[in-house]
Design a protein around this ligand. Sequence first.
Ligand code: G3I
Ligand code: 9MR
Length: 591
Amino acid sequence: MLKNKAALPFLLLLAALSGHAQQTVTTIQLNQSGFYPYAPKVAVVTVPVSDPHFYIIKDRDTVFRGMLSEEKTSAWSATKTRIADFSAWTRPGSYRIYVSGVQPVNSASLGDSRNFIIGNEIHHAVGIASLKGYYYQRSDMPLEERFAGKWHRPAGHPDMQVLVHAGAASSSRPVGTVIATPGGWYDAGDYNKYIVNSGITMGTLLSAYEDYPDYFKQLKTNIPESTDAIPDILNEVMYNLRWMLTMQDPADGGVYNKCTNAAFDGMVMPGVTKAPRYVVAKGTTATLDFAAVAAQAARVLKPFAPQLADSCSKAAAKAWAWAKQFPALAYDQDKLNKMYAPAVTTGPYGDRYFSDEWLWAASELYLTTRDPQYFEVVQQHMSDKIKLPDWAEVSMLGYYSFLRSKDLPANTSGTVTLMRTRVLELANTYIERAGSSAFRTVMGQTARDFIWGSNSVAANEGVLLLNAYRLTRDRKYIDGALTNLDYLLGRNATHYSFLTGTGTQSPMHPHHRPSIADGITDPVPGLLVAGPNPGMQDKVRYEFTAPETAYIDHDQAYASNEIAINWNAPMVYLANAIEALKLPAGYVRKH
Ligand code: G3I
Ligand code: 9MR
């Protein structure tokens, strides 16, 4: 019987009163998509228990009994955890975990987790959904029902008549010149298109393909191009790439930072508002990110779309030449707004450090062309500090590309060895500390992990660890990556599986204009929300505010519950790479 009966009507009342009812929660956190038979399996109990055992139950029978770990208080909230490790149980099936004394609010019987699955290919659906998420972000084409299901909608912003903003005017394109810059994905919950954020996104997706080409060649996501001879992931990338190419000024090779409204659209469907669209100032980050993407795309697309690949090669070289003339031109939106009208108040992606973009662009250009001038620039940046990738920090993408490249000339070997050492050093610190965290995840080793878009930290750490695995074939790195996939899909202090449409409790109210305005209960699927962010810059009243719990499933909570293309990309990589690796039988590490 439910001991805390008195609380239940109150919770239900709260849920009914709130426009954004939090779903009920369980008190046993695990990857809601499931577990591979031959991989580590961990669940986390977050309430006091009366017996230190846990039981894995199939139908009504206990099939496995284990001891919970000692209780531990998390470093990033008051949450107390005990670990249930049932890695040794490998038989596929549908199960529950029972822990005595645990009282989930929403479960028929005490102490149960929701059902979970042990099986092969359990992240296949997650891999497909996260990639399909990009299709739903396409801006200028109708999403037809046969591809988009109930989320079908008309085309959004055509962007065939976009104004050159005063801050972007040049002699060949004076203020008010009209250009066409159609296509591309909407960045996030907003309807603008940003080159800087496309940079890391495209680099990550192209890298996923380069690392696992055979897997991606057979991965179908039911998009309009699925029947052609090009892998779906590349078709999706090409949709945004064609847009990116239109953002380069043919006169000088410089690339505009974004195609945008002056101010964010209201909470309406794409294309409803007809506010003027602008391309705004060119900048070094945008231009070098563009050069890197175009160079990598030239290499990857050559067998599939040789003409497009050729255009990309030329565009990359031209962008590089522009950047050499303007090696450190920041996009400073506040400053520009003081000088030009109209003021532009959409996302700035205003990066002020360019070394990492130089390294990444030089790397991709070198690996595609093998022209030594680019390698010289790579070498100039080898003493720069190296960080996990994010939209403003891209040198690691250059490292990854070098490390996957074959047949490199002998004179690059010292540099490549250094790159390898640095990637492995970072991977090793992740692995070494993971065991001591309250949720036993790599994610959450420092408070700084919980920034705006923290879920992309978890996903990018996973990608880094999988790169370490590719370099060493040491399975501890796969295990580490899996802890973060588990985190993203439910083994975390919020109880949420953070990808819309997955698991038993996922976000229902993302800050995503189509999901808000379409009148459909379920949000657009396959989109990774930002995740816990104690910054709470959206000023929504959060129920929980500690670093790892500062997340709310509220559609105005743009600081923790928006979605974005740069967060989805490492999720696409992580889920699909894990699937591609096909963890073999006999592989269960002791934890
Ligand atoms: O760089 C500082 C760092 O030095 C400091 O320690 C840290 C402490 O909070 O802040 C860092 O700056 C943060 C910056 O991102 C870099 O990560 C800012 O606080 C934070 O406000 C900023 O957030 C960005 C946000 O836009 C606001 O500009 C997010 O990274 C970025 O993902 C997000 O992107 C938006 C676009 O602008 C518009 N479209 C939607 C998209 C997703 O929300
Ligand atoms: O919807 C906008 C979202 O895409 C951005 O990430 C966020 C931060 O720049 O801003 C959102 O727009 C809000 C604006 O900043 C303030 N007024 C309310 C807007 C919608 O919530």
